[in-house]
Ligand binder design. Sequence first.
Ligand code: ARG
Ligand code: ZN
Length: 468
Amino acid sequence: MKSPRTSAARRTVTLATVPVTVAALLLAAGPASAGTTTGGAGVGDPYFPLAGNGGYHVRHYGLTLRYDPASHRLDGQAVLTARATRNLSRFDLDLKGLTITALTVDRAAAAYRREGQELIVTPRRALAQGRDFRVAVTYHGTPKQVTDPDGSPDGWIRTDDGAFVAGEPQGAMTWFPANNHPLDKSSYDFALTVPADRAAVANGVYLGKHTAAGRTTYRWRQSEPMAAYLATATIGKFEIERYTTDDGIQVYNAVDPREASAAAPVLKKLPSVLKWESRVFGPYPFRAAGSIVDHADAGYALETQTRPLYDAAPDLSTLVHENAHQWFGDSVSLTTWKDIWLNEGFATYAEWLYNEQHGGDSAQQTFDALYARPASDGLWAFPPGDPGSGANIFGTPVYARGAMTLHELRRAVGDRVFLRILRTWATAHRGGHGTTAAFVRLAEHESGKDLAALFRTWLYTAGRPAHA
Ligand code: ARG
Ligand code: ZN
């Protein structure tokens, strides 16, 4: 994709700092007018047209939040450090619900209006392309969860002792203003204040807590780039466990006491799971790790960056799955939600490989059992590389047939080359983005084979493939 009007001068500024795919999409979104453009209401994702925003890149979020579980009131200040990727007369953020009481751009009050999830900001003066700017939004209210196209709750999901805070694919906008699309990745600082008998757990490294007047502030820093959907600020009564692995990873586990006895034997395996995954996929991509085991009704677990979020004590496969996402999905991010199999197919295949190497079924056995399902089974309802809509991105074909695709790749190229492909994928795109096309290219490059038919069949062809 190409910007409608790109002068050579403009081009030089952006591409140096933003990965090429990001730059291309950020540049493409939004209508252009002479010289200055508006940011655009989305980055151009076909499944979530309003997700994210064009024209700028958020380098850092500073989130200062206070939550009172009794009244459900959230008071927040979000300070975004951003860079204009075009000359901008105005730009959008994604924020749903909540009341804004102040909004500044570079410390000057800015005009804004709200249209659905779009927060449309018009700074006093246009922002020149390449310029860094600071947006501060002060807000409060009762955060309300959203319902995803698949019917799942998402965002700030209330629990009986706090909140289970998830964001895939769109819930981040229920609790902070963001450029809410995985194309835009940023560092984060969190200062979360809750009643002193609760904990507030976010992403990255734990920086400490401070209690005063019956309230405790928890500080967190996520220094490696993170997509907004992977942010959390989960609140509740938790038992805390902290340690550093012998690889130097700082682990922080928060466990709802009601889940503690069921969770303990699984969480105990976290260091060995991370070690195994690091051996198979390459070095763990973050300096922190851990788990948040809540007691909630979300119906799913989420690979919140550095610290997966579980709505109940996870089983070992789920722990393996969510931590595999740290490589596949978190470190290597989607460019478009349509490519979701790059997350879910890979994390599912990690479960198969883990089982195979720990005395369980071989990946071939797992594959065979799935392949035996009749053509009418939901597994074959749509091809994983083309789920068709946001309602299908977490469907069985994405997870299971996505993993079957990787197994077919493994059979075609052999174990050694297959593992090299996975590891090279994680390393080459670490902290950045991937696309299905780039993965296919890599697999062909590493194997020296033409794999077009394999991927066409397994990723893109409707119905149960005739040959496995
Ligand atoms: N990525 C999560 C997992 O596979 C699932 C998230 C489901 N979210 C949803 N809105 N349905 O572990
Ligand atoms: Zn997953």
